[in-house]
Write a protein of this length. Structure first.
Length: 218
């Protein structure tokens, strides 16, 4: 269902900060689908991405008529309520399994969860995660009740993908595996678990690295 085999992400615009997200790579050509791939998510998500020599930057745009999260502290269990998520690791090469990756979650209230995940079975069983201090990241979120949208931003230091991920020690990693996720409860409906690249999971399981998309920094 996902139309992307590879995400080719360019450097951030030379105009600097704040980033002009309209001039960056966008996932807008592919809808987020429910994790079992049965249908598009009712409330859609778009991700813009760019990078510089220090960070990879992610900007989430979320349609949401009911943004809800009561969490206030770093590394609480944000996934129990509304959240966007990304899982990322350096690529080990085509068709080589990813067992270690960074998981980032951001709530509509601007609270972050960050962990280094070890996934021996390539699914939701047997996972071990080690928390990463949230102050290593820059992140924010805002809710626009008038348009029923919320927006989130995460700056991921590229160095963390070396320091916290045993897959690679290269100082110039440009090839990654990645997927994006959303947990959301539209008004009057059941909780939705959606993905950029849906992974045929029912019940939902986002921890399936075989479905991570290739992403190149170009």
């Amino acid at each position: 269902i996902n139309i992307y085999d590879i995400l080719n992400v360019s450097k951030c615009p030379s105009s600097g900060f704040p980033i002009n997200w309209n001039s960056t790579f966008s996932t807008s050509n592919s809808m987020f689908y429910l994790s079992d791939c049965s249908a598009p998510a009712d409330q859609q998500t778009n991700v813009n991405i760019c990078y510089d020599s220090i960070n990879i930057y992610f900007h989430f745009t979320c349609v949401d008529n009911n943004p809800f999260s009561t969490y206030t502290e770093c590394n609480q269990d944000l996934y129990n309520q509304d959240v966007v998520e990304l899982f990322i690791a350096p690529s080990l090469g085509e068709d080589i399994d990813i067992h270690n990756y960074i998981e980032l979650e951001l709530s509509p209230k601007g609270v972050l969860f960050a962990a280094n995940v070890t996934n021996p079975d390539l699914t939701c069983s047997g996972i071990v995660d080690d928390s990463i201090p949230c102050d290593l990241f820059k992140y924010d979120a805002s809710i626009d009740q008038n348009t029923e949208m919320w927006y989130g931003d995460i700056s991921l230091p590229i160095k963390l993908l070396e320091t916290f991920n045993s897959n690679s020690t290269s100082s110039d990693i440009t090839n990654y595996r990645i997927n994006f996720f959303r947990i959301d409860v539209p008004i009057g409906q059941q909780k939705e678990y959606s993905c950029l690249n849906c992974d045929n999971s029912n019940p939902p399981c986002f921890h399936k690295p075989l479905y991570f998309i290739y992403m190149n920094l170009v």
